[in-house]
Design a protein around this ligand. Structure first.
Ligand SMILES: Cc1cc2nc3c(=O)[nH]c(=O)nc-3n(C[C@H](O)[C@H](O)[C@H](O)COP(=O)(O)OP(=O)(O)OC[C@H]3O[C@@H](n4cnc5c(N)ncnc54)[C@H](O)[C@@H]3O)c2cc1C
Length: 476
């Protein structure tokens, strides 16, 4: 690789391979892990001296190419991991940007609080989560993570620190703009008060697409969380079948359930099998035949044993289901996988998502996992949410299917655009510049460009994704 001779003048930098969580693409760059704002400034200076661009990286949980850039200087924020203050009377937490969702819930739960919005994994950090403005299974009623933030500190490309609040228009651009405008270093955020460490959870199977959407409509005004799994192998009358869950915070005070140890996920499955080994079993099923069976088995068990049942589940077990299987992404090795999540207004969602599944089946490239969520719109610059639904899909990538898979994604993207839908950079690997221009529209694109020249006049903040999407440009 050219330029490898960049002097690592700072003792917290290494030359490394970096990639998104899906492991389907990667880059090599100089990765620095500053622990203080002054050290970030030093890295920015180093980048300028060496004519390198800067890629921001949190916990690396974005699936595609949003958190690395070949031959760049990567600023990995995860060593900025201090909780700066916690007020148990107001529920306001102040933390550095490397503090993770896990750090937050562990810190506040015993005092009767829970993060207002959490992702399907507890490992993203505040900087990365706000870079994408993540949502949870409560997006339809609580909005995105950024909607609960009271204040952020942000460094521009010249190393100047600014404090922004939701009263500043720029706040709504820095949060959501995928690390392309500034570096979030400190966050003040409102936690959500809870009485119990458990949720009441309702499970109900859906036999087809119609039932899926009816369940969301039935619970959208009277639940705290909703999510549904879809079997993408179901066709004909079984198309769209799956298992829906709604959940509620509990009203009765239950201090015991708020203890950290009540939340920890078990290290053994069925009492004897180490869950650290589970991905190896999953790998054996990680093909069309295996996954057709896994999806069928999940549907059958959900529509019989688990159907129409109310049960208690800990906040952690309900929220971070994917963390149950450590290293589950390794089941997709060697080619990795892409996650593909699109957002469609409610009046078009059923038509678009059912057609997306038909296209997958026609191409024999069914997603191994399908997840439906309900959303509401927000005011952030690169907002992905709509008054509608999202459908998240996982596609295995192999050398043989890569070209066909991207073609399929482009067909599915076209359906989303025609329906006035949106995309999400945290889950994107396949968009083209014209798709992004249409999704954001001329006004937002112009606003982004104006802010880019203000916050980052020399255009040093970039990612592999932003180059691919035409949001930044490789220097000639
Ligand atoms: C198993 C799993 C489940 C998930 N579930 C959900 C879900 O339910 N909902 C959801 O919304 N997402 C979900 N995601 C996606 C994930 O939450 C987002 O990609 C999130 O942005 C990851 O945070 P991170 O700390 O890993 O950031 P990274 O992926 O490292 O970076 C994310 C973006 O933020 C930028 N960035 C990093 N640090 C900063 C900073 N300090 N200042 C400004 N920008 C910065 C980066 O340049 C990048 O563009 C899931 C991911 C996984 C792997």
């Amino acid at each position: 690789m050219s330029g490898r001779s960049l002097p690592i003048e700072l003792d917290y930098g290494y030359f490394e391979t970096v990639q998104g969580y899906g492991q389907s693409t990667y880059g090599q760059s100089w990765v620095y892990r500053p622990a203080r704002v002054d050290e970030i400034r030093e890295v920015l200076q180093l980048a300028k001296q060496n004519g390198r661009r800067v890629c921001l990286r949190g916990s690396g949980r974005s699936y595609g190419d949003a958190n690395y850039l070949e031959e760049s200087i990567t600023i990995d924020i995860t060593r900025m991991d201090r909780i700066l203050s916690w007020d148990r009377t107001t529920g306001i937490l102040e933390a550095e940007a490397g503090v993770t969702i896990e750090d937050m819930w562990r810190h506040v739960l015993e005092d009767g609080y829970w993060p207002p919005v959490v992702t399907g994994t507890m490992y993203p950090c505040l900087g990365g989560a706000l870079g994408m403005n993540v949502h949870g299974k409560n997006n339809y009623c609580r909005g995105t993570l950024g909607e609960h933030v009271l204040e952020i500190d942000v460094l521009n490309a010249n190393g100047e620190l600014k404090t922004l609040t939701p009263r500043d228009e720029e706040f709504f651009a820095i949060v959501s703009s995928a690390g392309l405008l500034g570096i979030i270093t400190r966050v003040k955020i409102q936690m959500h008060a809870v009485n119990s460490g458990d949720l009441k959870v309702w499970a109900e199977s859906a036999d087809d697409w119609r039932e899926q959407f009816e369940l969301f409509e039935k619970f959208e005004h009277n639940s705290d969380y909703m999510v549904s799994w879809v079997d993408c192998f179901g066709r004909g009358a079984q198309a769209g079948r799956g298992l829906f869950h709604a959940a509620w915070y509990k009203e009765t005070l239950d201090p015991k359930s708020l203890k950290e140890e009540k939340q920890d996920l078990p290290s053994l499955i069925l009492g004897f099998f180490p869950k650290s080994m589970l991905w190896k079993i999953l790998k054996k099923f990680c093909n069309r035949t295996g996954m057709r069976f896994v999806n069928w088995a999940k549907y059958v068990s959900g529509s019989t044993l688990g159907n129409n049942k109310m049960h208690d589940q800990s906040l952690v077990a309900f929220s971070f289901l994917l963390d149950y299987v450590p290293d589950w992404r390794r089941a997709y090795e060697p080619g990795g996988f892409i996650q593909y999540q699109t957002f469609v207004p409610k009046e078009h969602a059923r038509r678009v998502f059912s057609r997306q599944v038909e296209l997958q089946q026609e191409a024999k490239l069914e997603s191994f996992l399908g997840v439906l969520k309900r959303h509401r719109p927000d005011n952030f610059l690169f907002s992905h949410a709509v008054d509608g639904y999202s459908f998240a899909l996982d596609f295995k990538v192999t050398q043989k299917n890569r070209e066909r898979l991207w073609k399929l994604a482009h067909q599915m993207n076209d359906l989303v655009l025609e329906a006035g839908g949106r995309f999400y950079l945290a889950k994107d690997s396949t968009l083209r510049p014209e798709d992004v221009a249409q999704w954001l529209g001329p006004e937002k694109m112009a606003r982004y460009k104006a802010l880019k020249s203000e916050w980052d006049p020399e255009g040093i903040f970039a990612t592999a994704q932003s180059d691919r999407l035409g949001l930044t440009h490789r220097p000639r």
